[in-house]
Design a protein around this ligand. Structure first.
Ligand SMILES: Cc1ncc(COP(=O)(O)O)c(CN[C@@H](CS)C(=O)O)c1O
Length: 422
């Protein structure tokens, strides 16, 4: 693999060459969803064009071929995250469904009153609400790891939260709102020492650094295809075989059974037990193509390239008066969350003004309302970078922000103080 040639890469993303009005598109919202390269678009189109049939069910060659495509995608996923075997990689709709599957199938079958689940303040709602639902259904309790003002987990507090009642520790690998990269290996080791299992929400990591679930010794690991340059509607739940085999089915239906009788049914083994109904075959094919595309570039180059862009963007934004960066962890992915405070400009206005210049960022709570509350803000503006961004994107973004601030300062100074009435 070679260092990132972002121009050669950008040419593989047709969507990036469009203009918004007269402005070239500057896409800085990859944490919400990444764009897809032609390799993925063509793989999915090719599947629809000449390979589609339902899988696992027919003897005819077209169906056998589609089944092979689907299972080859699973094997590609297993290799990408270094799972012990493809059957430990379940296809889901995305990170949200992956986490809900564990909360429903493992959580509701295992958790007892008084058991404890440890989450963190950084979590996305999809790694909070499923656990609240499981806790309500079982009498388990949720504990929360606090963060410092930089947006880093307080590991001493985490160690104090661990106890013999801890059944699961569920945290994200990277914060989508702040970019904080969490020490998940250390978190897992300490959870196991306390006798707890671990689920890692890897949605914001898998496209930015190597994932090795066996080296991490994660019990469950979840991610989405559409944050990995793949299609929406396809994601992965990795789980250790012995844990998945001990879990009851998540959904009932075709393919997840061995034998169905009205007197009772028996269920299929892994992975089919957790893949009821016709799956998103094209999505899996697209995810497999996305992983092969990333591997051809070399994940080991992507992180350093993005870190270079992050350093330049951070330097530019820090020079903008009144801009306050939120999330200043020592280890961060290429995410810049900020607010404009002096003069105040709402994040909605920032997003709207940037859109008028063709620049796409996300504004709001980023499905992390507890984190926003902890930070003392209702929302942030967030720019998130990927390997198809370049320095020109950063310059355009920072110049536009400076312009927005200058205009707000002019407007603020133009406000006429009411003359005091005598
Ligand atoms: C850490 C983390 N965990 C779970 C999810 C949910 O992924 P789904 O593919 O929607 O199921 C996301 C998706 N975060 C998007 C949409 S809110 C963002 O703009 O940050 C995430 O970042």
């Amino acid at each position: 693999p070679m260092p990132i040639d972002s121009n050669a890469i950008r040419e593989q993303f047709p969507i990036l060459s469009q203009t918004v009005g007269a402005c070239p598109l500057v896409f800085l919202d990859s944490a919400a969803s990444t764009q897809q390269p032609t390799a993925v678009i063509d793989a999915v189109a090719g599947y629809h064009r000449s390979q589609h049939a339902n899988i696992h069910r027919a003897v005819y060659q077209l169906s056998q071929g589609a089944t092979r495509d689907y299972e080859e995608a699973r094997a590609t996923v297993a290799r990408f995250i270094n799972a012990a075997e493809p059957a430990e990689c379940l296809f889901t709709r995305g990170t949200t469904e992956s986490i809900n599957l564990v909360a429903a199938a493992w959580g509701r079958a295992t958790l007892q009153p008084g058991d404890e689940i440890i989450l963190s303040t950084l979590e996305h709602h999809s790694n909070i609400v499923p656990w609240q639902l499981a806790a309500q259904a079982t009498g388990a309790r949720i504990k929360v790891i606090p963060i410092n003002d930089a947006g880093e987990l307080d590991l001493d507090a985490y160690r104090r939260l661990l106890s013999s009642r801890t059944r699961l520790v569920a945290v994200n690998h990277v914060s989508n709102a702040l970019g904080t990269i969490n020490p998940v290996r250390e978190i897992i080791v300490e959870a196991h020492a306390a006798g707890a299992l671990t689920l890692i929400d890897g949605a914001q990591w898998v496209a930015h650094g190597r994932t090795d679930v066996q080296a991490l010794d994660a019990d469950f690991y979840a991610f989405s295809g559409h944050k990995l340059f793949g299609p929406t509607g396809i994601g992965v739940l990795y789980g250790k075989r012995h844990l998945l085999e001990a879990m009851p089915p998540y959904q009932g239906g075709g393919d997840m059974i061995e034998q169905v009788r009205f007197e009772g049914s028996t269920y299929a083994g892994l992975p089919n037990r957790f893949e009821a109904g016709t799956p998103n075959i094209a999505g899996a094919v697209g995810l497999g193509a996305a992983i092969r595309w990333i591997e051809a570039i070399g994940l080991e180059w992507i992180g350093p390239y993005e870190q270079g862009l992050l350093a330049h963007a951070s330097e530019r934004l820090r020079a903008i008066p009144g801009l306050v960066l939120k999330g200043t962890a020592a280890r961060k992915s290429a995410v810049l969350s900020f607010v404009l405070t002096d003069p105040p400009v709402s994040t909605l206005d920032v997003g709207t003004q940037l859109d008028l210049r063709g620049i796409c960022i996300r504004t709001g709570h980023h499905c992390c309302q507890p984190l926003m509350e902890r930070l003392g803000v209702a929302a942030t503006a967030r720019a998130s970078l990927a390997l198809y961004n370049n320095r020109d994107d950063i310059e355009r973004f920072a110049d536009a922000l400076s312009e927005i601030v200058e205009r707000a300062q002019t407007a603020a100074s133009a406000v006429v103080e009411p003359t005091p009435t005598t």
